[in-house]
Design a protein around this ligand. Structure first.
Ligand code: FES
Length: 630
């Protein structure tokens, strides 16, 4: 047995007791500390920075490229995933490595019209009749007003019913295909029937508790998915499941986060978690596999045959702590990278009911693009999401306190004006800020049409190559320059080309032009927070002159909500999943052509028939923290 040692983490004052030989990133996870680790511990992202104050350790380089400068190494900086603990240690987690509560889209209150309430969980008054002529025969049970097939009655409930003196109601669920009595309620108690809608994202979780009989949202809550520390992207998570016990670890991490958000939402609503009678989940294919404990390894294959039926099981069997008999219903997946969250998006946007052709775009950690109308629906997915969420960019970060969310570049001087979430000193740049930044740099002549830095006076040379300083070290919260480098720009251009190329493939396959699209539904933070004018000006999405753009919010959560309060919507979602065509861009020859054409700003000429208008300037009244870069 290996000797156990203590690792103390400052300034959080957390302690981990781990065996010698443990990786420092694993020790952080043991201590319940959320640290940035986009690559999942491969030494590639350079985000898991820590400062070693004291102690014994060994270091193993995982990547050929050094992610820390000599000065940073001299100051004690190391990457947690490259450190193996050899004795007691004290470690400081710098501000830029800490994961704090992110801006997570929720907002179901008063927004969702699901066309009528018809939940799967309902209740009926019970009538118990004993035959006075045959007193030894068991009493008969009648559900007043119920007309469906005879429900399954668990023995425990049957015995409770027959022993009851008070007027009771039976709570019935139809989620598993046949009616089943879940529980009994006292008729005069006046308790609501409660359900949960949950968006299970790769990085974030949003949850709403709903009165199933009135469709009223009683409370909402959000949290981070603790799986983050195992890598930002779904492919990294799949890779982790190949490790011994990896699937169990990730399933447990997801369920832990779900239980934490259920704690918050039930506390806000003033109810007990055991009163929740059903949970509906919208999530991508990998996340729903992981939470259900299904091995996602086959999803790495391009021709993976994903089942398009919903995952239905008892919530307690997964470890989700609500009513012990409650069911968990996951919206159906379509393909390995188009999941129930995207199906929920189509359901909510109404794309599948429209005579006009609409486009649905959801840029989360993965990007999904769906096109179609009431007769046909086609989809692609692209790995462009992380860049638009600030991941993979040297000074990038998710949208949370300290993130630069808006940037304006003075076209004359090339100086940056910024707005920071929380009005604090900036730590980094989130997705909406990045889109403003690259567009501003292009319009100010700092970038050329290939996304390469020009010889503009604001561009400086560093050991790593050309870079532009957004905020100087003396003004940042980290004491380091907040910059965008040529490597960052190349990665961003690659992501832009993947998204724009994906749209191009769908238009080409279905012989459509940008003039044919009448509605665009932009889901998630991308629709809610980015400047659409800048998004088009930089060529991230084409210009659609005839289209009306709708920011549609967290459609995964809204889709789960619709499925929770309406069995009809559930069937609609299942139909959408069955009819949706999926085109895998990784094996599509048109994609190479479209992607290559999109590697320029803005991109293919026919995608931009209308010059994007002047982008909206930051209004001084809404600025929370504006400062000039040095
Ligand atoms: S470099 Fe350590 S997690 Fe990415």
């Amino acid at each position: 047995m290996r000797q156990e040692v203590t690792v103390i983490f400052h300034p959080l004052n957390r302690v981990a007791q781990v065996p010698v030989g443990t990786n420092l990133l694993s020790a952080l996870r043991c201590a319940g500390i959320m640290i940035e680790s986009i690559c999942g511990g491969k030494g590639e992202c350079g985000k898991c920075r820590v400062i070693i104050d004291s102690g014994d350790y060994t270091e193993q380089k995982l990547s050929h490229k050094s992610r820390l400068s000599p000065a940073e190494r001299d100051a004690g900086y190391r990457l947690a995933c490259e450190i193996t603990i050899a004795g007691a240690m004290e470690v400081t987690i710098p501000v830029e490595s800490r994961v704090e509560h992110a801006q997570i889209l929720c907002g179901l209150f008063g927004e969702c019209d699901c066309g009528g309430i018809n939940p799967s969980v309902v209740r009926y008054p019970l009538e118990i009749r004993s035959d006075p002529v045959m007193p030894f025969q068991k009493p008969s049970i009648r559900l007043v007003g119920y007309t469906g097939p005879r429900p399954v009655i668990p023995v425990r409930i049957y015995e409770t019913i027959t022993g009851q003196e008070t007027r009771m109601e039976a709570v019935i669920t139809r989620t598993n295909g046949y009616p089943e009595i879940l529980d009994l309620m006292e008729a005069d108690e006046g308790k609501p029937l409660l359900g949960l809608a949950l968006d299970l994202g790769t990085t974030t979780i949003a949850c709403a508790i709903v009165d199933l009989e009135t469709d009223i949202v009683l409370a909402e809550a959000t949290t981070l998915n603790t799986q983050i520390t195992y890598g930002e992207e779904v492919i990294t998570r799949i890779g982790f499941t190949r490790k011994d016990g990896g699937l169990f670890v990730l399933q447990e991490a997801a369920v832990k986060s779900i239980n934490a958000v259920i704690d918050s939402v039930t506390e806000s609503a003033g109810v007990q978690r055991e009163e929740v009678l059903e949970i509906c989940i919208g999530g991508n294919t990998v996340m729903t596999h992981l939470v259900a404990g299904l091995d996602p390894a086959y999803l790495e294959l391009a021709d993976a045959a994903v089942f398009r039926t919903p995952i239905i099981c008892k919530a307690a069997g997964l470890g989700i702590r609500i009513h012990p008999e409650a069911y968990c219903y996951c919206l159906p997946n379509v393909s390995r990278f188009v999941g129930g969250d995207a199906v929920g998006g189509v359901l909510i946007s109404g794309l599948h009911c429209s005579f006009e052709i609409s486009l649905f775009i959801d840029l989360g950690t993965n990007g999904e693009i769906i096109i179609g109308n009431r007769d046909w629906i086609a989809s692609v997915s692209c790995a462009s999401g992380p860049a638009f969420e600030g991941a993979g960019i040297s000074s990038g970060m998710r949208a949370m306190r300290g993130a630069i969310e808006r940037i304006r570049i003075d076209p004359g001087t090339g100086l940056a004006m910024i707005r920071v979430i929380g009005g604090t000193r900036p730590r980094g740049i989130c997705g909406s800020g990045l889109i403003d930044l690259v567009t501003g740099m292009f319009q100010a002549g700092i970038l050329d049409f290939k996304g390469k830095f020009t010889t503009h006076p604001r561009v400086r040379m560093s050991p790593g190559g050309a870079e532009y300083v957004v905020v100087g070290a003396e003004e940042s919260a980290t004491g380091r320059d907040i910059v965008i480098t040529q490597d960052d720009m190349d990665y961003f251009m690659d992501s832009k080309a993947a998204l724009s190329g994906g749209i191009g493939v769908l238009l080409k396959k279905y012989r459509l032009s940008v003039w044919d699209i009448r509605e665009i539904h932009l889901a998630g933070a991308f629709g809610a927070f980015v400047d659409i004018g800048n998004t088009v000006a930089f060529g991230i999405i084409p210009s659609f002159p005839n289209a009306v753009i709708h920011p549609v919010g967290n459609t995964s959560l809204k889709g789960a909500y619709a499925a929770l309060i309406s069995v009809d919507k559930r069937r609609e979602a299942e139909r959408i999943a069955q009819m949706m065509v999926y085109i895998d861009l990784l094996v599509d020859t048109d994609f190479i052509e479209e992607y290559t054409a999109a590697l320029f700003i803005p991109g293919r000429e026919e995608f931009f028939p209308v010059i994007p208008g002047e982008r909206r300037e930051l209004e001084l009244g809404e600025e929370r923290n504006i400062s000039k870069s040095r």
